[in-house]
Design a protein around this ligand. Structure first.
Ligand SMILES: O=P(O)(O)O[C@@H]1[C@@H](O)[C@H](OP(=O)(O)O)[C@@H](OP(=O)(O)O)[C@@H](O)[C@H]1OP(=O)(O)O
Ligand SMILES: Nc1ncnc2c1ncn2[C@@H]1O[C@H](COP(=O)(O)OP(=O)(O)O)[C@@H](O)[C@H]1O
Ligand SMILES: [Mg+2]
Ligand SMILES: [Mg+2]
Length: 498
């Protein structure tokens, strides 16, 4: 990627301050301004906020907004004759591609800016500017995608791809603060913009080359009593439903990843079937890679349960998980059950998967497949069952795997250190990762491996779509993330052309 000129964006105060509260003693930010500033903070653009000098009342407030987001803060002198631009902005126009966004029309300022190659974006102003060079947009929410489109045109290199992403705000923030979503092209030429479900989707997708989404963030409900097969069994938010309709109309559009490829990972029974298919992998002299023995139940009171457990090669303790794996609040409500009596009044959502509990010395290996790269991190996990049983009496141990996982205490970890834990055979797991990638057709996914004490079996206990891979250093994770997205795009386009 040729190093392009830096991109600078100057936001006029009028764009950020709520015009309704103009006269109020304490100014307020216009709706959408806070989200815009937060996204710009991680956009890799040089951003400054400016206000005409004669606006002293609000300057403190904007300075705070600028500091909060570590933006530059420029006071633009009131227009006097042709000295409209201050020195700094003139300097920038020599070295960077510069954009000025405002919601106040000022023809003189605009023409002065344009004479120094600035692009002007006018937002939400009543009288549309006559000046042809000015880009007019209706809402603040359109600013980022308008900017991205202009930047892409400015750089005019055909290899620039624009990625429109849709995920819940907390996940977006987790990725953005790692630098995952630059508005200025990433090292492999990707520009990222948030898809806004408040704006018409089709017009946004005209500019976008790739949709990146975590569909489980937009699930309203899942019907637990039908076997999930996208779209059957799942109801989505209005916004995601629009994306689904768009993909039905444009099946060749690049989406990461296709809903039907993600769908099996919403169902722990289908995950089990995927993992069982991997088991042929084992070979002489190498640790066996396998799925835990499992059994689906639709209730916990079946008179045949004891018999079913025996047939499924299951013995206590068992870990009990909802069959619905994610996308709804109670997908992570689980229990460790030590004897059959403990099934009565068990609070795990039904239908459930009963799984062999693997003693694994409270160490779990979280593997992340990001494109053609495989990373892994070691995390503390649940201790061996005997250590958990002692603390739970005759009750099952119920927990939420994302919030209250009963991980080993320091003492229990010391106890484990004494054990001769079998080590992880990375080769076996990486081979499995490649096979999983081929069979799943997913660009980014994660899975958890535990090494069974005694047998040394490598047991895959979880499979997730688009996890956060927080444990992988940004310096490795981000380039892998961007490469994965581009590779996915190119392989999809390749298939369409042939
Ligand atoms: O189960 P894990 O391995 O901890 O991975 C979780 C998991 O992917 C979880 O997603 P989901 O199962 O709810 O879809 C993610 O949480 P949210 O999607 O609710 O934010 C976590 O981010 C994953 O954790 P990690 O990123 O450590 O793999
Ligand atoms: N079969 C198992 N044997 C032993 N520990 C397990 C097993 N399954 C899960 N665990 C432990 O419980 C945690 C949560 O289970 P997991 O299936 O990953 O749930 P989630 O999909 O909600 O993350 C795992 O990270 C691991 O520590
Ligand atoms: Mg997990
Ligand atoms: Mg999971």
């Amino acid at each position: 990627m040729a190093t392009e000129r830096p991109v600078r964006l100057v936001l006029d105060a009028s764009l950020l301050l709520d015009p309704v509260g103009a006269g109020a003693p304490v100014p307020t930010l216009r709706p959408g301004a806070e989200a815009l500033l937060r996204r710009l903070r991680h956009s890799n653009l040089g951003v400054a906020i400016c206000h005409p000098e004669e606006m002293p009342t609000t300057s403190g407030f904007l300075e705070m907004a600028a500091d909060l987001n570590s933006f530059g803060y420029i006071s633009l002198p009131a227009p006097t004759g042709n000295h409209l631009l201050n020195e700094l902005m003139l300097e920038w126009s020599r070295t960077s591609s510069c954009f000025y966004a405002t919601s106040t029309v000022d023809e003189d300022l605009f023409s002065e800016l344009q004479s120094h190659n600035w692009k002007v974006i006018a937002v939400d102003n009543e009288c549309g500017t006559k000046d042809s060079g000015v880009v007019n947009i209706g809402k603040l929410q359109e600013l980022l995608i308008t900017l991205a489109t202009l930047i892409k045109k400015e750089i005019a290199s055909s290899s620039i791809l624009m990625v429109g992403y849709a995920m819940k705000p907390s996940r977006e923030e987790d990725f953005a603060k790692r630098g995952a979503f630059p508005l200025y092209p990433s090292q492999n030429g990707l520009i990222f913009v948030p898809l806004s479900f408040e704006l018409p989707l089709a017009s946004q997708l005209q500019e976008v080359d790739i949709i990146l989404h975590k569909m489980t963030d937009e699930i309203i409900s899942i019907d637990p009593n039908c076997s999930i097969s996208f779209p059957r069994g799942i109801s989505f938010s209005a916004g995601m439903s629009e994306v689904i309709r768009f993909m039905e109309e444009y099946p060749d559009f690049c989406i990461i990843d296709p809903f039907k490829n993600i769908s099996p990972l919403l169902d722990r029974l289908q995950i089990q079937e995927i993992l069982v298919r991997l088991q042929e992998l084992g070979s002489e002299g190498r640790p066996k890679l396998r799925a835990p023995h499992s059994l689906k139940v639709i209730n916990f009171s079946g008179s045949e349960l004891q018999k079913q457990l025996a047939e499924a090669n299951l013995s206590f303790p068992l870990i009990v998980k909802p069959q619905v794996a994610c996308g709804v609040a109670d997908a992570h409500n689980m229990a460790l059950v030590f004897q059959i009596e403990e099934f009565s009044n068990l609070s795990v959502p039904l239908p459930a998967i009963l799984q062999e509990y693997i003693d694994h010395g409270s160490k779990i290996y979280k593997f992340y497949v990001i494109g053609d790269k495989v990373f892994h991190a070691v995390k503390t996990s649940m201790p061996n069952a005997n250590l958990l049983k002692s603390s739970s009496g005759d009750e099952p141990l119920t927990f939420n795997s994302l919030k209250t996982l009963p991980v080993a205490t320091k003492e229990q970890l010391l106890l484990n250190r004494a054990q001769d834990n079998k080590s992880l055979n990375i080769g076996v797991v990486e081979e499995a990762a490649k096979l999983l990638k081929e069979s799943l057709g997913l660009t980014i996914f994660g899975f958890d491996v535990v090494v069974q004490e005694g047998s040394g079996d490598h047991v895959i206990v979880d499979l997730n779509y688009l996890p956060s891979f927080k444990e992988v250093p940004d310096s490795e994770a981000m380039p892998a993330f961007w490469d994965a997205i581009r590779q996915s795009y190119e392989s999809k386009k390749g298939k369409v052309q042939t």
